[in-house]
Write a protein that binds this ligand. Structure first.
Ligand code: 9MR
Length: 587
């Protein structure tokens, strides 16, 4: 009798004092800026909506209501069929930690409202690259509990039979240390390094002052070079070793024949090879090295000669590309001709037309030689595609637009049309976003939910930041922020897709060190690939329960098609989060 009375009393108190956590209230789990938009999305079954139509912002102890609002009308999610409503508390601007509560439904995770609210996430995602470093110890001083011994020295790498050239017969040993592990696997791929380094260097070129303020606590912190560039250098120095000094061609990748087991890096000791030179790897290399030459010119004192070496390497790669335009990488075909067979990531791309444009434009902007501009053969009616590892045209367009005022008359003229194209592309991204179930630019179409969809969201954000930089129209910025919100929790999966950040972050990414290190928390600052409609078919990981593409994420390390991490997904997040932080007062 007494026990049931106590239970009744407890229940009554709970009803009076507040509600319990509801994971159907989706919001950026990292937080909000005082002056900017603040939206939580309430997800219901198809056709349902919240009875009261009201929401409240409360202190986390639910003792004080600080803001009351009306939920938006129901919106139908075109992908899942579910219904959602927005709780918009943008009008509330006071710093603090709060929960969003919907009577009868529950409350959200506590979130902060304050300036600089994404700074730690931006720095954390950049630090993610440090944890991906090959060939070096990660001491506790920098890596905390994720300290680990060096793996893959890569000082004795074999020339694969597909990669022989005069002076480098099969089995020749070369040294190709450093670089970042590509993803959850331990291989190093030039194509993917290309867009990754290009994105980070563009961040530096677009927001140099802000990028210089980042301290990521890496061994180089405090030297004469900003941490962002020190981190880039770790990979750039590796990339330079991937160019055949004899002819300028660039090996497609440095890899084991097959993927390592789920072990720590120092336990993975199989032979590694450099594989066939390819047109896409060589052009991506040319683009990145041309851009690096520009950036590191300002650091000639600290890094004497580096800028010139980058430029020479870029020009040499371009020349090789001109002589070998058909050197397309086809892994299966290669395996029929050479041994050992190689079954790791292929980064195959049969259409190098966009790589030509990117390399030509970076070389043009760096050298101001009109011949490169002409080689880009820009067309004003070209359909633009979002950047990804196999689609890099826009990276060249961003550069041309960025430096429009410093070009030769030929390029200056061309940049006008490129700017218009970029703005039309951004307008198209924004179009219809407000009517979407989550109100984010990401997810207007189920086609956004591909392998590595997080990079779709982040790259859409970058395209919008580029449009902002060209126009200073803050509409673009506000829409870019919706995609940062998406990545950090305002999405159909309910996760913050960045490890170590948010109340419900990804815990089990497909990432060998995170699986093998025996530590509960995964390595922080790594972005999960995110929902992928085809993931169950691709990785065959048991346990998927989702039925729609926007929810198709499994927080399990076996789900490499929805929950791996990769450098080309982290880089655009670093860009987006940093740009939003740098521009937070303009939102
Ligand atoms: O990001 C790549 C994705 O676009 C492809 O669909 C997928 C299958 O080919 O491969 C992804 O890249 C992987 C690479 O091949 C090997 N390292 C891990 C990468 C991320 O999953």
């Amino acid at each position: 009798m007494r026990v049931s009375v106590i239970i009744l009393l407890l229940l009554a108190t709970r009803l009076v004092n507040g509600q319990s956590l509801s994971t159907t209230i989706r919001l950026n789990q990292v937080g909000f800026y005082p002056n900017a938009a603040k939206v939580a999305v309430i997800v219901h079954d198809a056709g349902a909506s919240a009875a009261s139509g009201k929401f409240q912002l409360m202190t986390p102890d639910q003792k004080k209501v600080v803001f009351t609002g009306t939920l938006s009308g129901p919106k139908q999610n075109q992908i899942s069929g579910k219904t959602s409503q927005f709780a918009d508390f943008s009008a509330f601007k006071q710093k603090g930690t709060y929960v969003v509560a919907v009577p009868g439904l529950g409350h959200s995770y506590p979130v902060e409202i304050r300036p600089d609210v994404h700074r730690a996430a931006a720095i954390g995602a950049l630090k993610g690259f440090y944890y991906q470093r090959t060939s070096t110890d990660l001491p506790a001083r920098y890596a905390g509990k994720w300290a680990r011994p060096a793996g893959h020295p890569d000082t004795r790498v074999l020339i694969h039979p597909s990669a022989v050239s005069p002076g480098r017969s099969a089995g020749t040993v070369i040294s190709s240390p450093r670089g970042w592990y590509d993803a959850g696997d331990y291989n190093k791929y030039i194509v993917n390094s290309g867009i990754t380094v290009g994105t980070l260097l563009s961040l530096y070129e677009d927001f140099p002052a802000y990028a210089k303020s980042f301290d990521t606590n890496i061994p180089e912190t405090g030297n004469a070079v900003p941490d962002l560039l020190d981190e880039v250098l770790w990979n750039l120095r590796w990339m330079l070793t991937m160019q055949d000094p004899a002819d300028g061609g660039v090996y497609h990748k440095l890899t084991n024949p097959s993927f390592d087991g789920m072990v720590m890096p120092d336990k993975a000791t199989k032979d590694r090879y450099v594989i066939q030179k390819s047109i896409t790897a060589t052009l991506d290399f040319a683009a990145v090295l041309a851009q690096a030459s520009r950036v590191f010119k300002q650091y000639n004192k600290a890094l004497p000669g580096l800028s010139d070496s980058c430029r020479t390497a870029a020009v040499k790669a371009w020349k090789w590309a001109e002589q070998n335009p058909n050197a397309v990488y086809r892994q299966n075909e290669m395996n029929t001709q050479f041994d050992p067979d190689v079954v790791t990531g292929s980064y195959e791309d049969r259409d190098a037309s966009d790589e030509w444009v990117w390399a030509a434009l970076e070389l043009y902007v760096t050298t101001k030689d009109d011949a490169y501009y002409t080689a880009a053969k820009l067309k004003s009616d070209e359909k633009l595609s979002l950047p990804s590892w196999n689609q890099v045209r826009l990276l060249g367009y961003y550069t041309l637009a960025r430096f429009a005022n410093e070009l030769t008359p030929l390029g200056k003229q061309g940049s006008e049309s490129v700017k218009k194209q970029l703005l039309a592309f951004a307008d198209d991204l924004i179009q219809g976003t407000d009517q979407q179930a989550y109100g984010t630019v990401m997810g207007k179409s189920a086609r956004d939910y591909i392998w590595g969809s997080s990079s779709v969201a982040a790259n859409q954000g970058i395209a919008l930041i580029q449009a902002y930089n060209l126009t200073k129209d803050n509409r673009y910025l506000r829409f870019a922020l919706t995609n940062l919100d998406y990545l950090l929790g305002r999405n159909a999966t309910g996760y913050s897709l960045l490890t170590g950040f948010g109340a419900k972050p990804i815990m089990n990414p497909h990432h060998r060190p995170s699986v093998a290190d025996g530590i509960t928390e995964p390595v922080p600052g790594l972005l999960s690939g995110g929902p992928n409609g085809n993931a169950p078919k691709q990785d065959k990981c048991p346990g998927y329960t989702a039925t729609s593409a926007d929810e198709m994420l499994l927080d399990d390390s076996c789900s490499y098609a929805s929950n791996e991490i990769a450098i080309n997904w982290n880089a655009p997040l670093v860009y987006l989060a940093t740009a939003i932080e740098a521009l937070q007062t303009k939102l």
